[in-house]
Design a protein around this ligand. Structure first.
Ligand code: NDP
Length: 253
C-alpha cells in the first residue's frame, strides 16, 4: 500500500481554506487544518473529510505569532508520528489571514504590524520551520490576492504584504528546487467569504461593482478557489513552479 500524502492548510476552518481542505481530500490526500479561534467550524470540516473516508485533524495556531510555531510543530509531529509513523507531510498551504480596509494616510503602526505578522512574517517563519518536516518532492502554496496586480484605495498595507509573499514564493522555488519542493502563489480575486467583514458576500453595491469589472460577470465563491489549490497538490501539476496563478474570473483585464 502506498503511503498517504498529507496536506497542512492554515486557516482551514472557514472560507477559502475550508474549500481547499475539502477539495484536497477529494484527491485522496489526508489533511491537517489549523484554526485560530473558531474550533467548532474546524471540527465540522474535519468531520466532513472523515465522512468521505480520508483522515483529517484540526490544530489551533495563531499564524501571526511566530513564538507559537515550535509548539505547533511539536503537536503536529506527535500526531503524525502516532498516525503515520513519521512526522513528515507533503503540502503546505499558507492561507490563513484577515483583511484591513484603511486609507494609507490613516493606517497606523499596529494595523501595519498586524498585516505584516499574519501575511508575511508568519508565513515566512512557519514555512522555515516546516522545512524540517515537509518531504522532498512536495509543494508549498502561498495565498496572495488580485490586489497585488490591481489597486483599490484602502488596501496598501494588506496588499503590500501579499506582494512580499509573491517575491518570497519565487525565492522559495529557487532555493528549494534542489529538494524538488515546488512553490507557487494562488491569487484569488474578490471572493464571497467572511473576509473583510463579509462585504464581498453581503454588500450588494460592492458585489455589483465587482461583477461589472469581472469578465465572467460575478463575484467569486470559495468553491472557485479550493479546486485549483487541490490541483496544485496533484502529480499533474508537477512542472508548475515559481508561478503566480490568479483565480479571479478575469478581474480588471
Ligand atoms: P475568512 O475570513 O473566511 O477565513 C479566515 C481563516 O483564517 C479562518 O480559518 C481563520 O481562523 C483563519 N485566521 C484568521 N486569522 C488568523 C490568525 N491570526 N492565525 C491563524 N489563523 C487565522 O477568509 P478567506 O477564506 O476569505 O481568506 C483566506 C485567505 O485568502 C487570506 O489569506 C486572504 O488574505 C486571502 N484572500 C481572500 C480574498 C477574498 O476576497 N475573500 C481575496 C484574495 C485573497 P478562525 O476560523 O479560527 O477565525
Amino acid at each position: 500500500m502506498t503511503k498517504s500524502k498529507i496536506a497542512l492548510v492554515t486557516g482551514g476552518s472557514r472560507g477559502l481554506g475550508r474549500e481547499m481542505a475539502l477539495n484536497i481530500s477529494k484527491k485522496d490526500i489526508d489533511v491537517i487544518i489549523t484554526y485560530n479561534s473558531d474550533q467548532q467550524s474546524a471540527n465540522t470540516v474535519v468531520a466532513e473529510i472523515e465522512k468521505s473516508g480520508r483522515k483529517a485533524k484540526a490544530f489551533q495556531l495563531d499564524t501571526s505569532n511566530t513564538k507559537g510555531f515550535e509548539d505547533f510543530f511539536k503537536r503536529t509531529s506527535a500526531y503524525l508520528t502516532a498516525e503515520y509513523g513519521s512526522p513528515n507531510f507533503d503540502f503546505l498551504i499558507n492561507n490563513a489571514g484577515t483583511g484591513l480596509h484603511q486609507p494609507f494616510s490613516e493606517t497606523n503602526e499596529d494595523q501595519f504590524d498586524e498585516m505584516l505578522n499574519i501575511h508575511f512574517k508568519g508565513v515566512y517563519f512557519l514555512t522555515q520551520k516546516a522545512l524540517l518536516y515537509i518531504n522532498n518532492d512536495s509543494s508549498i502554496i502561498n495565498i496572495s490576492s488580485g490586489l497585488t496586480r490591481f489597486s483599490f484605495p484602502g488596501s496598501s498595507a494588506y496588499a503590500s504584504m501579499k506582494g512580499a509573499i509573491e517575491v518570497f514564493t519565487r525565492y522559495l522555488a529557487k532555493e528549494l528546487g534542489s529538494r524538488k519542493i515546488k512553490a507557487n502563489v494562488v491569487a484569488p480575486g474578490a471572493i464571497a467569504t467572511d473576509f473583510g467583514g463579509g462585504t464581498n458576500r453581503d454588500d450588494q453595491e460592492k458585489r455589483q461593482i465587482i461583477a461589472n469589472i469581472t469578465a465572467l460577470g460575478k463575484v467569486g465563491e470559495a468553491e472557485d478557489i479550493g479546486g485549483i489549490v487541490a490541483f496544485l497538490c496533484t502529480d499533474e501539476a508537477r512542472w508548475i513552479n515559481g508561478q503566480r496563478i490568479e483565480v479571479s474570473g478575469g478581474m480588471l483585464l
